[in-house]
Design a protein around this ligand. Structure first.
Ligand SMILES: [Zn+2]
Length: 106
């Protein structure tokens, strides 16, 4: 079963947003990253647009690598369309009470 990024309100979305604060502390507070699924378990991560003036000063290679590691462990991220919480694939099935289109009752 292919994993997808899905917002309750917007349906399938191409990427999710998350704040760098969780792994970059103050240095990345308020700096948003975009993560999109690449294959089954991997994420491609980029800086979300809007912070270039700041992010270009960072060690972007290092922080994108950190962000990618963090993305793989995220359970909740943010929808880029409505800014609501998005449950990341792999975290939604445990006690999913209204997963009509998810017949995996493992
Ligand atoms: Zn949404």
């Amino acid at each position: 079963m292919a994993r997808k990024l899905k917002c309750d309100d917007c349906g399938e979305i191409q990427h999710v947003l998350f704040d760098g604060y969780a792994f970059g502390d103050r240095m990345l507070e308020g700096v948003m990253f975009e993560a999109r699924l690449e294959g089954e378990d991997d994420f491609a991560v980029v800086f979300a647009p809007g912070n270039e003036h700041y992010t270009k000063k960072l060690n972007t290679e290092y922080w994108l690598s950190e962000a990618k590691t963090h993305a793989a462990e995220l359970d909740i991220a943010q929808c880029p369309k409505c800014n609501d919480d998005v449950v990341m694939p792999g975290f939604e099935s445990d006690d999913d009470e209204d997963g009509e289109d998810d017949d995996g009752k493992a």
